[in-house]
Design a protein around this ligand. Structure first.
Ligand code: PGA
Length: 241
């Protein structure tokens, strides 16, 4: 694991955007694995700025997102489909037809999980997978558990994740209790992983991920085994390292 120290959120975002823009400059038809949440927003904004200036392009990129809430349709303002359009897809030159987010609103969600694994495999898996980390060490919606989930699957969200994500909903009761998430195996198939962390509330999770035991109780700890994983974290997130 390579650890890159950033000063603050903006510095982390800029460094992460540099890695992603280099990826798409060197390989214009890159397959990107993308993440939602507050952490990557600044990275997406920086990339959009550079794309507008003509420094990089996403015209030939295809993307596969990590997760989606069960029961939320793409036009729901708290859905991850909506998040991606608002925070990235609508800001850059990516072809929407080449973007993919798990279908949490499918009538048969289990089948949608199988289908998602198939299309990610057919795409050859991400050249670069962008990740955030939850306060409990989750990646995607792979929550602490007694085993590592392999493929895309339906997850029961933990109370701490529901609580953390309730800030984006009118009330905690509106937060869906389940999500669809890419599994750990699919994430590990990415050729390069870039995981970002900002803020003191991520400090324990970052320490456990980088220096702790490799355990499904800290899903991000599996990344210690990835051959090409870069952590970019700011001073606050590294305060326990
Ligand atoms: P955040 O979420 O970027 O909103 O902190 C990260 C995560 O829970 O994976």
């Amino acid at each position: 694991m390579e650890l890159v120290r950033a000063k603050d959120y903006n510095d982390m975002s800029r460094k992460a955007a540099n890695v992603i823009s280099a990826q798409v400059i060197l390989k214009p038809n890159s397959v990107l694995g993308l993440a939602t949440g507050d952490t990557p927003k600044g990275t997406y904004l920086q990339l959009a700025e550079w794309q507008k200036k003509g420094d990089c392009s996403f015209a030939k990129v295809s993307s596969y997102n990590l997760d989606e809430y069960v029961g939320l349709t793409p036009d729901h303002e708290q859905s991850y489909h909506y998040f991606m359009r608002k925070n990235f897809f609508d800001l850059v030159d990516i072809d929407l037809a080449n973007t993919h987010v798990p279908d949490g609103a499918a009538t048969d969600v289990e089948q949608a999980c199988v289908d998602y694994d198939r299309i990610v495999a057919e795409a050859g898996y991400p050249d670069l997978q962008l990740l955030g980390i939850g306060r409990n060490g989750h990646i995607g919606f792979n929550e602490p558990d007694d085993h590592f989930a392999r493929g895309t699957h339906v997850v029961d969200l933990t109370e701490s994740t529901i609580e953390a994500n309730s800030r984006l909903f009118d009330s905690v009761d509106e937060v869906p209790r389940q999500a669809v998430s890419m599994g750990i195996q699919t994430i590990m198939y990415a050729r390069r992983i870039l995981i970002l962390a900002s803020g003191e509330d991520k400090a324990q999770a970052v320490r456990d991920m980088v220096y702790g035991l490799i355990t499904p109780q800290v899903p991000a700890s599996i990344l210690q085994l990835h051959p090409n994983c870069t952590v970019i974290a700011d001073e606050a997130a590294l305060s326990l390292c």
